[in-house]
Unconditional design. Structure first.
Length: 378
């Protein structure tokens, strides 16, 4: 039931015949998972929070970088280096204190998707790569969960709502029906490589938020069995009818999803957090560069020819110093800031080998001493 304060807050929406009190209560009961808090996720998060979606979870393992601010207008300059998921969740709660907002600071992977998705009534895919879209599709298809997916390319965006149960009990087309997996999709550029005009993610994110509201209020109005393509430059809009591929329909089992390699960028992030054994393997190669991202004067102050000091607060402006290096290991006090540094570096130099040491500077220093590297404690 809606409280008096909620009724007042949503008054303009409740007055619509398409919503009413009953519809607003449906939105309050809805549980939505938003994958990605970047260009698409920012407007989705803001509009769904404002509209009164009662339960929102945001998953993103990235941190805010300066190059994001051109289009991810939920964030600002002083938040560079902070986790997107946590920052976006806090701002969603400021937008609407009457809803529940959770966040997960991680990139989506097979196990996480399988354990997480089944708790939600709708998934919104705001990622920027085919691998994650296929993973979202396969888990949603397995669990019979609808999802809304959008993609961006330079001046153009596309959107579709997939796997929605129809009036006759069947389900609408899924992502693989429309975009069969091919080498071309595996090699496609994301917006980091291809570029994107700043307004396009906002446009397409609002379309996704609108589709989400329609799903809970009038699912027959959703963009199912079709793809809508919008050009932000000349504002042409095209709708392409699609159909379910009943002849070669594939529904992966849980075991198949667990063992499928979805070529996710997040897999690089997950395996790039290393322990002592992996650190020793890198050190044995003799070309490993260790970067201490703690701030100046943090204790213990450790001096070694193997360690370069580069505080996280200024790291983004100094990444080019390390552009020619391979086997970079970031380290901090406890492994949190080093992981942020890792993501900053990977965003700018995605083909470089870099790692975050999970146990912090003191364990790393002890390990260097054990391998006869000279260390001085200042």
């Amino acid at each position: 039931m809606l409280t008096e304060k909620e009724i007042f807050r949503y008054d303009r929406q409740i007055k619509l015949d398409a919503v009413g009190l009953t519809g607003q209560e449906k939105l309050k009961a809805a549980k939505v998972l938003i994958i990605g808090a970047g260009g698409l996720g920012c407007p989705v998060i803001q509009y769904l929070a404002a509209a009164g979606i009662g339960h929102i979870t945001i998953i993103d393992g990235d941190v805010i970088s300066e190059s994001n601010l051109q289009r991810q207008i939920l964030y600002n300059q002083i938040e560079i280096g902070l986790p997107k998921a946590e920052t976006a969740a806090a701002k969603a709660k400021l937008i609407n204190p009457y809803i529940q907002v959770n966040h997960i600071y991680d990139f989506l992977n097979n196990q996480l998707a399988l354990s997480l998705f089944k708790d939600y009534s709708l998934v919104i895919d705001c990622c920027d790569n085919f691998g994650t879209r296929y993973l979202v599709n396969d888990v949603c298809t397995l669990y019979k969960i609808p999802f809304i997916s959008s993609a961006l390319f330079r001046l153009e965006g596309q959107i579709g709502t997939f796997n929605v149960q129809q009036a006759d009990g069947t389900y609408s087309s899924n992502y693989r029906d429309v975009f069969p997996e091919t080498q071309k999709s595996s090699d496609s550029l994301d917006c980091n490589e291809a570029g994107v005009i700043s307004t396009l993610p906002g446009i397409m994110g609002m379309y996704q938020a609108n589709e989400a509201l329609k799903y809970f209020l009038a699912p027959e109005k959703c963009c199912t069995n079709k793809i809508t393509i919008i050009n932000a430059w000349d504002f042409n809009q095209i709708e392409l009818e699609v159909s379910k591929n009943t002849e070669s329909e594939t529904i992966y089992t849980k075991q198949e999803i667990e063992t499928t390699n979805y070529h996710l960028p997040c897999k690089t992030h997950v395996t790039s957090v290393i322990d002592v054994t992996e650190l020793n393997q890198l050190l044995s190669k003799g070309t490993t560069l260790i970067i201490d991202v703690r701030e100046e004067k943090e204790i213990p102050e450790i001096i070694s020819e193997k360690i370069i000091k580069a505080p996280l607060s200024t790291l983004e402006n100094n990444l080019s110093r390390f552009a020619e290096s391979d086997n970079i290991v970031f380290v901090c006090k406890s492994g949190v800031r080093s992981k942020k540094a890792l993501h900053l570096f990977e965003n700018k130099y995605p083909n470089k080998k870099c790692y975050s040491f999970k146990y912090g500077i003191e364990v790393l220093a002890e390990n260097l001493i054990n391998h006869n590297y000279p260390i001085t404690y200042a």
